[in-house]
Design a protein around this ligand. Sequence first.
Ligand SMILES: Cc1cc2nc3c(=O)[nH]c(=O)nc-3n(C[C@H](O)[C@H](O)[C@H](O)COP(=O)(O)OP(=O)(O)OC[C@H]3O[C@@H](n4cnc5c(N)ncnc54)[C@H](O)[C@@H]3O)c2cc1C
Length: 303
Amino acid sequence: MHDVLIIGAGAAGLSAARWCDELGLDTLLLEANDEVGGQLAWIHNRVDNYLGVHAENGQQLRELFTKETAACDFDLWTGVQIESVDLKAKRISLQSGEKLQSIAVVIATGLRRRKLGIPGEAEFAGRGIIESGKRDRDELIGKDVCVIGGGDAAAENALLLADDCPTVTLVHRGRKLHARREFTEQLHTHHCITVFPESNVRRILGNDRVEAVEIERAAAIKPFQMAVQGVVIRIGFEPNTDFVREQLNLDDRGYVIVDSRQETSVENVFAIGDVSNPLAPTIAGAVGAGATAAKVIAARLTR
Ligand SMILES: Cc1cc2nc3c(=O)[nH]c(=O)nc-3n(C[C@H](O)[C@H](O)[C@H](O)COP(=O)(O)OP(=O)(O)OC[C@H]3O[C@@H](n4cnc5c(N)ncnc54)[C@H](O)[C@@H]3O)c2cc1C
Protein backbone atom coordinates (compact mmCIF):
# COMPACT_ATOMS: atom_id res chain seq x y z
CA MET A 1 0.00 0.00 0.00
CA HIS A 2 1.44 3.37 -1.05
CA ASP A 3 0.17 6.90 -0.61
CA VAL A 4 0.78 7.68 -4.29
CA LEU A 5 1.39 5.64 -7.43
CA ILE A 6 2.76 7.72 -10.31
CA ILE A 7 2.66 6.24 -13.82
CA GLY A 8 5.32 7.63 -16.18
CA ALA A 9 8.75 9.05 -15.33
CA GLY A 10 9.15 11.92 -17.76
CA ALA A 11 9.62 15.50 -16.56
CA ALA A 12 6.09 15.51 -15.07
CA GLY A 13 6.33 12.20 -13.22
CA LEU A 14 9.83 12.92 -11.89
CA SER A 15 8.71 16.32 -10.63
CA ALA A 16 5.62 14.84 -8.94
CA ALA A 17 7.71 12.10 -7.30
CA ARG A 18 10.26 14.61 -6.09
CA TRP A 19 7.55 16.82 -4.60
CA CYS A 20 5.68 13.86 -3.04
CA ASP A 21 8.94 12.82 -1.42
CA GLU A 22 9.55 16.31 -0.06
CA LEU A 23 6.00 16.36 1.33
CA GLY A 24 6.50 13.06 3.15
CA LEU A 25 4.28 10.85 0.96
CA ASP A 26 5.10 7.18 0.41
CA THR A 27 5.53 7.19 -3.37
CA LEU A 28 6.17 4.61 -6.08
CA LEU A 29 7.03 5.84 -9.60
CA LEU A 30 6.40 3.34 -12.43
CA GLU A 31 8.14 3.71 -15.81
CA ALA A 32 7.61 1.46 -18.83
CA ASN A 33 11.02 2.19 -20.38
CA ASP A 34 14.35 1.10 -18.97
CA GLU A 35 15.33 4.77 -18.64
CA VAL A 36 13.44 7.72 -17.19
CA GLY A 37 13.07 11.12 -18.89
CA GLY A 38 10.48 10.38 -21.59
CA GLN A 39 10.60 12.90 -24.42
CA LEU A 40 13.74 14.56 -23.06
CA ALA A 41 15.63 11.81 -24.91
CA TRP A 42 14.14 13.09 -28.19
CA ILE A 43 15.40 16.67 -27.81
CA HIS A 44 18.60 16.95 -29.80
CA ASN A 45 18.74 20.75 -29.78
CA ARG A 46 19.78 23.04 -26.93
CA VAL A 47 17.23 23.62 -24.20
CA ASP A 48 17.50 27.26 -23.09
CA ASN A 49 13.84 27.91 -22.27
CA TYR A 50 13.57 26.11 -18.92
CA LEU A 51 14.16 28.87 -16.43
CA GLY A 52 17.58 28.88 -14.82
CA VAL A 53 18.94 25.93 -16.82
CA HIS A 54 20.93 25.82 -20.06
CA ALA A 55 21.41 22.33 -21.44
CA GLU A 56 23.17 21.14 -24.59
CA ASN A 57 20.19 18.86 -25.29
CA GLY A 58 17.38 16.95 -23.56
CA GLN A 59 19.73 14.16 -22.53
CA GLN A 60 21.80 16.60 -20.47
CA LEU A 61 18.67 18.02 -18.85
CA ARG A 62 17.54 14.46 -18.11
CA GLU A 63 20.85 13.87 -16.31
CA LEU A 64 20.32 17.00 -14.20
CA PHE A 65 16.81 15.81 -13.30
CA THR A 66 17.93 12.28 -12.39
CA LYS A 67 20.87 13.54 -10.35
CA GLU A 68 18.40 15.47 -8.24
CA THR A 69 15.78 12.72 -7.96
CA ALA A 70 18.44 10.11 -7.08
CA ALA A 71 18.88 11.96 -3.79
CA CYS A 72 15.16 11.47 -2.99
CA ASP A 73 13.54 8.63 -1.09
CA PHE A 74 10.73 7.59 -3.44
CA ASP A 75 10.76 4.16 -5.08
CA LEU A 76 11.31 3.95 -8.83
CA TRP A 77 10.56 0.85 -10.88
CA THR A 78 11.64 0.97 -14.53
CA GLY A 79 10.83 -1.51 -17.33
CA VAL A 80 7.38 -1.98 -15.79
CA GLN A 81 4.48 -3.15 -17.97
CA ILE A 82 1.01 -2.41 -16.66
CA GLU A 83 -1.54 -5.18 -17.16
CA SER A 84 -4.62 -3.29 -15.94
CA VAL A 85 -5.70 -0.36 -13.81
CA ASP A 86 -8.80 0.15 -11.69
CA LEU A 87 -8.72 3.88 -11.08
CA LYS A 88 -11.75 4.06 -8.80
CA ALA A 89 -10.21 1.41 -6.53
CA LYS A 90 -6.66 2.82 -7.08
CA ARG A 91 -5.40 -0.66 -7.96
CA ILE A 92 -2.76 -1.41 -10.59
CA SER A 93 -1.83 -4.89 -11.77
CA LEU A 94 1.51 -5.41 -13.49
CA GLN A 95 2.30 -7.99 -16.15
CA SER A 96 4.82 -9.45 -13.71
CA GLY A 97 1.88 -10.44 -11.48
CA GLU A 98 2.40 -7.78 -8.82
CA LYS A 99 -0.67 -5.94 -7.52
CA LEU A 100 -0.26 -2.37 -6.29
CA GLN A 101 -2.64 -0.30 -4.19
CA SER A 102 -2.56 3.39 -3.29
CA ILE A 103 -4.68 6.27 -2.03
CA ALA A 104 -3.93 8.52 -5.02
CA VAL A 105 -2.84 7.80 -8.60
CA VAL A 106 -1.01 10.25 -10.85
CA ILE A 107 -1.01 9.65 -14.61
CA ALA A 108 2.07 11.16 -16.25
CA THR A 109 2.31 9.01 -19.35
CA GLY A 110 2.98 11.81 -21.84
CA LEU A 111 2.88 11.41 -25.60
CA ARG A 112 4.08 8.99 -28.27
CA ARG A 113 4.91 9.76 -31.89
CA ARG A 114 1.92 9.17 -34.15
CA LYS A 115 2.42 6.30 -36.59
CA LEU A 116 1.31 6.09 -40.20
CA GLY A 117 0.18 2.48 -39.86
CA ILE A 118 1.37 1.59 -43.37
CA PRO A 119 3.22 -1.50 -44.67
CA GLY A 120 6.98 -1.24 -44.16
CA GLU A 121 6.81 1.24 -41.25
CA ALA A 122 7.54 -1.28 -38.50
CA GLU A 123 9.70 -3.51 -40.72
CA PHE A 124 12.21 -0.79 -41.68
CA ALA A 125 12.38 1.06 -38.34
CA GLY A 126 16.09 1.70 -37.78
CA ARG A 127 16.85 0.29 -41.25
CA GLY A 128 16.42 3.43 -43.29
CA ILE A 129 13.55 4.91 -41.27
CA ILE A 130 15.48 7.11 -38.90
CA GLU A 131 14.53 8.51 -35.52
CA SER A 132 15.90 12.03 -35.98
CA GLY A 133 17.41 14.05 -38.82
CA LYS A 134 19.75 15.68 -36.33
CA ARG A 135 20.86 12.61 -34.38
CA ASP A 136 21.07 10.21 -37.33
CA ARG A 137 22.23 12.69 -39.96
CA ASP A 138 25.51 10.87 -40.67
CA GLU A 139 23.58 7.73 -41.66
CA LEU A 140 21.86 9.60 -44.51
CA ILE A 141 24.74 11.60 -46.01
CA GLY A 142 24.64 11.30 -49.83
CA LYS A 143 21.27 9.49 -49.80
CA ASP A 144 17.87 10.43 -51.20
CA VAL A 145 15.37 11.00 -48.42
CA CYS A 146 11.61 11.27 -47.98
CA VAL A 147 10.33 13.29 -45.01
CA ILE A 148 6.67 12.73 -44.13
CA GLY A 149 4.66 15.47 -42.37
CA GLY A 150 3.71 19.10 -42.77
CA GLY A 151 4.55 20.73 -39.43
CA ASP A 152 7.61 22.30 -37.82
CA ALA A 153 9.30 19.00 -37.00
CA ALA A 154 9.00 17.68 -40.58
CA ALA A 155 10.16 20.99 -42.07
CA GLU A 156 13.11 21.24 -39.68
CA ASN A 157 14.22 17.69 -40.49
CA ALA A 158 13.93 18.32 -44.25
CA LEU A 159 16.05 21.49 -44.02
CA LEU A 160 18.65 19.82 -41.85
CA LEU A 161 19.04 16.85 -44.19
CA ALA A 162 19.06 18.98 -47.35
CA ASP A 163 22.60 20.13 -46.53
CA ASP A 164 23.92 16.57 -46.90
CA CYS A 165 21.45 14.76 -49.16
CA PRO A 166 21.13 15.09 -52.96
CA THR A 167 17.31 15.10 -52.79
CA VAL A 168 14.83 15.57 -49.98
CA THR A 169 11.12 15.10 -50.78
CA LEU A 170 8.65 16.41 -48.21
CA VAL A 171 5.32 14.62 -48.49
CA HIS A 172 2.32 16.00 -46.61
CA ARG A 173 -1.44 15.50 -46.62
CA GLY A 174 -2.65 19.11 -46.52
CA ARG A 175 -2.87 21.72 -49.23
CA LYS A 176 -0.53 23.97 -47.24
CA LEU A 177 2.31 23.29 -44.86
CA HIS A 178 1.52 24.26 -41.27
CA ALA A 179 5.16 24.80 -40.30
CA ARG A 180 6.32 28.26 -39.22
CA ARG A 181 6.92 30.73 -42.04
CA GLU A 182 10.71 30.91 -41.58
CA PHE A 183 10.84 27.14 -42.37
CA THR A 184 8.36 27.13 -45.27
CA GLU A 185 10.17 29.96 -47.06
CA GLN A 186 13.45 28.07 -46.89
CA LEU A 187 11.78 24.82 -47.98
CA HIS A 188 10.35 26.36 -51.13
CA THR A 189 13.65 27.96 -52.17
CA HIS A 190 16.10 25.17 -51.31
CA HIS A 191 17.35 23.57 -54.56
CA CYS A 192 17.47 20.01 -53.06
CA ILE A 193 13.97 20.03 -51.58
CA THR A 194 10.73 19.12 -53.38
CA VAL A 195 7.41 19.53 -51.59
CA PHE A 196 4.47 17.24 -52.47
CA PRO A 197 1.25 18.69 -50.96
CA GLU A 198 -2.03 16.72 -50.88
CA SER A 199 0.00 13.52 -50.94
CA ASN A 200 0.31 10.36 -48.86
CA VAL A 201 2.98 7.72 -48.54
CA ARG A 202 1.11 4.41 -48.85
CA ARG A 203 3.99 1.91 -48.47
CA ILE A 204 7.66 1.84 -47.58
CA LEU A 205 9.47 -0.71 -49.72
CA GLY A 206 12.80 -2.51 -49.69
CA ASN A 207 14.62 -5.74 -48.98
CA ASP A 208 17.00 -5.39 -46.02
CA ARG A 209 16.67 -1.61 -45.88
CA VAL A 210 14.44 1.12 -47.27
CA GLU A 211 14.72 1.34 -51.07
CA ALA A 212 11.58 3.27 -52.11
CA VAL A 213 8.30 4.80 -51.02
CA GLU A 214 4.96 4.50 -52.80
CA ILE A 215 3.26 7.87 -53.02
CA GLU A 216 -0.33 8.76 -53.82
CA ARG A 217 -0.77 12.35 -55.01
CA ALA A 218 -3.92 14.32 -55.67
CA ALA A 219 -2.00 15.74 -58.65
CA ALA A 220 -1.10 12.30 -60.09
CA ILE A 221 -3.43 9.84 -61.80
CA LYS A 222 -2.09 6.79 -59.98
CA PRO A 223 0.32 5.95 -57.15
CA PHE A 224 3.99 5.87 -58.09
CA GLN A 225 7.20 4.65 -56.51
CA MET A 226 10.10 6.95 -55.71
CA ALA A 227 13.57 5.59 -54.89
CA VAL A 228 14.82 6.75 -51.48
CA GLN A 229 17.23 5.27 -48.98
CA GLY A 230 16.01 7.22 -45.98
CA VAL A 231 12.64 8.10 -44.45
CA VAL A 232 11.79 10.43 -41.56
CA ILE A 233 8.23 10.33 -40.20
CA ARG A 234 7.03 13.43 -38.33
CA ILE A 235 3.24 13.44 -38.27
CA GLY A 236 2.67 14.60 -34.72
CA PHE A 237 1.98 13.05 -31.35
CA GLU A 238 -0.83 11.33 -29.50
CA PRO A 239 -1.39 10.87 -25.76
CA ASN A 240 -0.65 7.56 -24.00
CA THR A 241 -4.16 7.12 -22.60
CA ASP A 242 -5.36 3.85 -24.15
CA PHE A 243 -5.10 2.07 -20.79
CA VAL A 244 -7.45 4.56 -19.05
CA ARG A 245 -9.76 5.29 -22.00
CA GLU A 246 -12.81 3.61 -20.41
CA GLN A 247 -12.30 5.09 -16.95
CA LEU A 248 -11.58 8.82 -17.35
CA ASN A 249 -13.10 11.74 -19.20
CA LEU A 250 -10.87 12.38 -22.22
CA ASP A 251 -11.15 15.06 -24.88
CA ASP A 252 -11.83 14.18 -28.52
CA ARG A 253 -8.10 13.66 -29.16
CA GLY A 254 -7.64 11.36 -26.16
CA TYR A 255 -6.03 13.87 -23.74
CA VAL A 256 -7.10 13.58 -20.09
CA ILE A 257 -9.39 16.39 -18.97
CA VAL A 258 -8.29 17.86 -15.62
CA ASP A 259 -9.31 20.74 -13.37
CA SER A 260 -7.05 23.43 -11.89
CA ARG A 261 -5.84 20.90 -9.26
CA GLN A 262 -4.77 18.53 -12.08
CA GLU A 263 -7.54 16.18 -10.88
CA THR A 264 -9.38 13.99 -13.39
CA SER A 265 -13.02 12.91 -13.46
CA VAL A 266 -12.19 10.27 -10.80
CA GLU A 267 -11.50 11.52 -7.27
CA ASN A 268 -7.85 11.29 -6.19
CA VAL A 269 -6.72 10.42 -9.70
CA PHE A 270 -4.57 13.16 -11.22
CA ALA A 271 -3.07 13.68 -14.68
CA ILE A 272 -0.03 15.88 -15.27
CA GLY A 273 2.26 16.97 -18.09
CA ASP A 274 1.66 16.50 -21.80
CA VAL A 275 -0.95 13.75 -21.32
CA SER A 276 -3.35 16.42 -20.02
CA ASN A 277 -1.92 19.45 -21.80
CA PRO A 278 -2.81 19.47 -25.52
CA LEU A 279 -2.42 23.25 -25.87
CA ALA A 280 1.02 24.13 -24.56
CA PRO A 281 3.18 21.10 -23.76
CA THR A 282 6.46 22.22 -22.19
CA ILE A 283 9.01 20.95 -19.71
CA ALA A 284 8.13 23.85 -17.39
CA GLY A 285 4.42 23.03 -17.66
CA ALA A 286 5.05 19.34 -16.91
CA VAL A 287 7.25 20.11 -13.90
CA GLY A 288 4.74 22.66 -12.57
CA ALA A 289 1.78 20.29 -12.95
CA GLY A 290 3.72 17.62 -11.03
CA ALA A 291 4.21 20.06 -8.15
CA THR A 292 0.52 21.03 -8.17
CA ALA A 293 -0.72 17.43 -8.03
CA ALA A 294 1.72 16.52 -5.24
CA LYS A 295 0.72 19.50 -3.12
CA VAL A 296 -3.01 18.80 -3.55
CA ILE A 297 -2.52 15.12 -2.63
CA ALA A 298 -0.39 16.00 0.42
CA ALA A 299 -2.96 18.53 1.62
CA ARG A 300 -5.73 15.87 1.39
CA LEU A 301 -3.78 13.06 3.01
CA THR A 302 -2.60 15.16 5.94
CA ARG A 303 -6.01 16.77 6.58
C1 LIG B 1 11.83 17.29 -30.29
C2 LIG B 1 11.24 17.95 -29.08
C3 LIG B 1 11.75 19.16 -28.64
C4 LIG B 1 11.21 19.79 -27.51
N1 LIG B 1 11.76 20.96 -27.08
C5 LIG B 1 11.29 21.54 -25.96
C6 LIG B 1 11.88 22.74 -25.44
O1 LIG B 1 12.85 23.27 -25.99
N2 LIG B 1 11.33 23.27 -24.31
C7 LIG B 1 10.27 22.72 -23.66
O2 LIG B 1 9.83 23.25 -22.64
N3 LIG B 1 9.69 21.58 -24.13
C8 LIG B 1 10.17 20.98 -25.25
N4 LIG B 1 9.59 19.84 -25.71
C9 LIG B 1 8.40 19.30 -24.99
C10 LIG B 1 8.82 18.58 -23.69
O3 LIG B 1 9.82 17.65 -23.97
C11 LIG B 1 7.60 17.90 -23.08
O4 LIG B 1 6.57 18.86 -22.88
C12 LIG B 1 7.90 17.24 -21.73
O5 LIG B 1 9.11 16.52 -21.76
C13 LIG B 1 6.73 16.31 -21.36
O6 LIG B 1 7.00 15.58 -20.20
P1 LIG B 1 5.93 14.52 -19.66
O7 LIG B 1 6.55 13.94 -18.43
O8 LIG B 1 4.60 15.11 -19.57
O9 LIG B 1 5.79 13.40 -20.79
P2 LIG B 1 6.87 12.42 -21.46
O10 LIG B 1 8.18 13.06 -21.55
O11 LIG B 1 6.21 11.95 -22.71
O12 LIG B 1 7.02 11.22 -20.41
C14 LIG B 1 6.03 10.23 -20.25
C15 LIG B 1 6.68 9.00 -19.65
O13 LIG B 1 5.67 8.05 -19.36
C16 LIG B 1 6.10 6.76 -19.74
N5 LIG B 1 4.93 5.93 -20.00
C17 LIG B 1 4.03 6.04 -21.01
N6 LIG B 1 3.07 5.09 -20.90
C18 LIG B 1 3.36 4.38 -19.77
C19 LIG B 1 2.75 3.27 -19.09
N7 LIG B 1 1.61 2.73 -19.55
N8 LIG B 1 3.33 2.77 -17.99
C20 LIG B 1 4.47 3.33 -17.50
N9 LIG B 1 5.11 4.40 -18.09
C21 LIG B 1 4.55 4.91 -19.20
C22 LIG B 1 6.93 7.03 -21.00
O14 LIG B 1 7.81 5.95 -21.26
C23 LIG B 1 7.66 8.32 -20.60
O15 LIG B 1 8.87 8.05 -19.92
C24 LIG B 1 10.10 19.19 -26.82
C25 LIG B 1 9.60 17.96 -27.26
C26 LIG B 1 10.15 17.35 -28.36
C27 LIG B 1 9.60 16.01 -28.82
